[in-house]
Design a protein around this ligand. Sequence first.
Ligand code: ATP
Ligand code: MG
Length: 627
Amino acid sequence: MTAQEIRQTYLDFFVERGHKVISRAQLVPYNDPTTLFTGSGMQPLIPFLLGEPHQSGTRLVNSQTCLRAQDIEEVGDNRHTTFFEMLGNWSLGDYFKAEQLPWFFELLVDKVGLDPSRLYVTCYLGDEAHNIPKDSESADIWKKLFSSKNIEAKEIELGSEADGAEKGMNDGRIFYYDSSKNWWCRAGKIDHMPPGEPGGPDSEVFYEFDFIEHNPKYGKYCHPNCDCGRFMEIGNSVFMEYVKTEQGFDKLPKQNVDFGGGLERIAAAKMNSPDVFKISILKPIIDKLEEISGKNYESHTESMRVVADHLRAATFLAVDGVSPSNKEQGYVMRRLLRRAIRFAFELGVEQNFLEQVVPVIADLYINDFPEVADKHDNVIEVLVKEEKVFRQTLRKGLVEFNKLTENELSGDVIFKLYDTYGFPSELTYEEAFKQDIKVADDAQKRFEFLMDEQRKRSQTATKGVFKGGLGGQTLQHRKYHTATHLMYQALREVLGDHVVQRGSNITEERLRFDFSHPEKVTPEQQAKVEEIVNQQIEKDLKISFHEYPTPEAQNMGALGQFGDRYGEKVKVYKMIADGADKPFSFEICGGPHVDHTGQLAEGSKKFKIIKEESSSAGIRRIKAILG
Ligand code: ATP
Ligand code: MG
């Protein structure tokens, strides 16, 4: 069974069980400025998991193309790729554990044909501090499923990953892990969940490669979540069962299922191959690289994996309309391509080769993703062009290298080549080696120091962005700043979640706000926005802020401004009514604000929109006052 066949089998299986196939979201999320890429099947469905009705109903299925730039350093191992497909099925307040777990088991064992004795599962141990019970419901279901295949499924309580390494397998089949492993929430950690936020236990399925010996480097004993490679996570069922309140946790009235499973990994399990690069949608790329380089995969495994993965990711980015640049998605795409080209050097490929590889990649998807066929020629053109640009950069870098380096290579030169010409440090070292030039003893240290300085400079620049048009500190400025947050949220409620901040400017007299929206905001809509803002002023919301690590803030759904690059930590401002369990506004921002929204009404003022106009294509501009 090929990966393509597994994808189809999965979709058919869930369609037979009442699901509607929804199309994949593009790799660039279209209404979410806080994340660069679609990294899971669940991500585009968040509004629906939070209660908005979905036009296709309550049972959904798809295969979502995902990009996880954060996994870039893991590529080269046997099971991580930056681009992958996540098979997903969802119940929006429809079925729950009793359907989900048996269906996934049936799919894996009876349809895909995996040996059930190779499957191990994890369940949620519960959390005493938060008064959440152990998920024995899921464990009981798993017990019955294994028993139907004559497998005795012993339950073992492990706790954290570290506990797992201490305690080991103990002949278990069902393993309980704590909140650090088997609890899902957008904030990442249970302790960071804001009131009103849903979350719940998850249950993961692992495939065991029994011919891989545990490597004690990863811990004393092996267990399903051990990273030694013996176990590979192939799917995860999240049960959105609880909601955080001010007091603790309540059960949600409508419970959701969110399942995500890696297509590449299930296909690898089907082949009993721990290496995902052996499957039908990756192997042909490796074959082509072997052919072009004349090297073999066994002796150049890591480089070939990196090249194959990165080119596949870049191909899909191009399909989804991204082109290499120095910003945001384009920057990641450029980095992937340049990294691929650089790793190809290690295979001895120093000439243009994308024109040969990209069509091989496109061919693997052309039948299942019509957009790959539609964009075929354009995709090749975009990638090949970037390859040319980069090779020019490399050539220029080499000329500079020769100019700047006589007897010894210094950290300053390595940095200059990197900073000015995008010339990767590895290549600089290699060139020095080739030309028999000595590398200064402190070269690496000095290079790292300069890189660090550079990072600090750009972070300071980012902090400046927070202030943006909001620089002033007078009370009047602060009031308009707060009004801006209220209006931003009100615009999203009235017009939709595609509304994203594109600019803001505040004076003593008025606020000005630019945002994405394809058409005029009608007078009725403007009146509605005014009404919502004035209501929130009347409710006298309390305003406070908290600092979070950036990814966490983004996971929690804090609003941001399109295209902003944030430092490691960000301030998130919350405006919440007394006794409410959800803030009205939750936004990444440097401040400052007033302390409570009632201050905006001082002097019997009301919030009023005084002008609505086009700012540029697809961007509207509103000016508003407190008057
Ligand atoms: P891992 O711990 O292996 O990185 P994860 O916990 O990040 O996995 P999830 O976020 O639960 O994974 O994603 C759901 C499924 O997607 C996983 O069960 C796995 O099969 C697949 N998956 C996740 N990351 C990758 C990746 N980088 N490459 C291929 N498949 C992946
Ligand atoms: Mg991961």
